[in-house]
Design a protein around this ligand. Structure first.
Ligand code: NDP
Length: 386
């Protein structure tokens, strides 16, 4: 008889949350759901909590707690609201916690899960980008494991298995190039939120879709890779691969390059993280390379898409600068999605905030939160009329 594994999902109502729960739904005998969280989609969260028999359901936005309580009345499922409830969800006993909240809002609950020694399947890249050394030190201190869910990092994790990191010559992150890969600078200046969230290969939440369009997603991933696979920033590269079939590659000193390939379906890397170090089934159709025919690769254009250059600079500067970059980007993306600013203002605002803010290097979670807040204030001030 297989022992059931306990799982908590932070950000259960999102795109990664849905893909994770789809896998759980397919083999209910293997899983016991401890905690599920959302920000304010109380009805959706309640429905999931009932379906999966969760022990605890929490909303980050406390004003949504009454709706959650009402929707779960009589179910016996414990409820919570506000930042402390998200932390409680991360702390609850579980074999694995899926960190799938979008943005730095996921940092405290992810750190809480790490502090309890839970294995963390990490999708919430903004948390690691912002907290970098603070998070990796906590992982080491509490003797736990970060299992990358981001498809590129999951690919690299698989390609590194069984190898000595000292033998790595280069790690190459692949990037789809997003929906605007072939657009001119003039077209980019007029790009709308509706166009930006229409990713050619992946079906994702709005924020990461915009990040893919600006290439900040790849910039954040570069910093994420720097922390997950500390081979040196100079060994991390980016190549644009529009088909999103090769998810990333590791080149070794003997000239061998190992790549991981798979369909553009997040259930594959999620399954890899959930089952690690074993494997589990997914419903994803296997790759048909003959049908695909051609895989292409091209160098990134950092003139039209300066995000990867800005991210590399922030990673090189270290300290609080990745948190500043991330926070400025979160504010700018939200402003773009609400129609407040144009698409090309996103990298411009991030560059300006990086120039203006230089908080001290964080040594604790509260330092990261302070650096994040300072950068948010600076970015926000650029939204206001001059
Ligand atoms: P979604 O926007 O689809 O979902 C975000 C989830 O986080 C929802 O459950 C949402 O709750 C919750 N949430 C949002 N804001 C807050 C907040 N302030 N406090 C607490 N919870 C909050 O995002 P995705 O699933 O697309 O992305 C999640 C993370 O995974 C991101 O960091 C992204 O970069 C990363 N990722 C995503 C991939 C994808 O394919 N989608 C691929 C690789 C990485 P509610 O529904 O109530 O708003």
């Amino acid at each position: 008889m297989t022992t059931r594994r306990r799982i908590s999902i932070l950000g259960a109502t999102g795109s990664i949350g849905a893909s994770t729960l789809d896998l759980v739904r397919r083999s209910p005998e293997r899983w016991e759901v401890a905690a599920l969280t959302a920000n304010c989609q109380a009805a959706e969260l309640a429905a999931l909590a009932r379906e999966f028999g969760a022990e605890f359901a929490a909303v980050g936005d406390e004003s949504c707690l009454p709706a959650l309580r009402e929707a779960l009345a009589g179910s016996g499922i414990a409820t919570g609201g506000g930042a402390s409830s998200l932390v409680e969800a991360g702390e609850r006993p579980a074999d694995i916690v899926v960190a799938a909240i979008v943005g730095c809002a996921g940092l405290a609950p992810t750190m809480a899960a790490i502090a309890q020694g839970r294995a963390v399947a990490l999708a919430n890249k903004e948390a690691l980008v912002s907290a970098g050394p603070v998070m990796t030190a906590a992982v080491a201190r509490h003797g736990t494991t970060l299992l990358p869910v981001d498809s590129e990092h999951n690919a690299i994790f698989q390609c590194l298995a069984g190898n000595d990191p000292a033998d790595v010559r280069a790690i190459t992150l692949t990037a789809s190039g997003g929906p605007f890969r072939t657009w001119s600078a003039e077209q980019l200046a007029a790009a709308t939120p509706v166009q930006a969230v229409q990713h050619p290969n992946w079906d994702m939440g709005a924020k990461i879709s915009v990040d893919s369009a600006t290439m900040f997603n790849k910039g954040l991933e570069l910093i994420e890779a720097h922390h997950l696979f500390p081979v040196g920033l100079e060994k991390l590269r980016i190549v644009v691969h529009p088909q999103s079939v090769v998810h990333s590659m590791v080149e070794y000193r003997d000239g061998s390059t190992l790549a991981q390939l798979g369909p553009s379906d997040m259930r594959v890397p999620i399954a890899s993280a959930l089952a690690w170090p074993a494997r589990m089934d997914t419903p994803c159709a296997p790759l048909d390379l003959a049908a695909l025919g051609t895989l292409t690769f091209e160098a990134p254009d950092e003139i039209r898409f300066p995000a990867t250059r800005l991210a590399r600079q922030a990673a090189e500067a270290g300290g609080a600068m990745p948190a500043v970059l991330n926070a400025a980007n979160e504010v700018a993306v939200a402003a773009f999605l609400s129609g407040q600013i144009g698409f090309t203002r996103i990298p411009a605002i991030v560059a300006e905030v990086l120039g203006r803010c230089s908080p001290p290097a964080p040594v604790s979670l509260s330092d990261v939160v302070a650096a994040d807040a300072e950068a948010r204030r600076a970015a926000q001030s650029m939204m206001e009329p001059a």
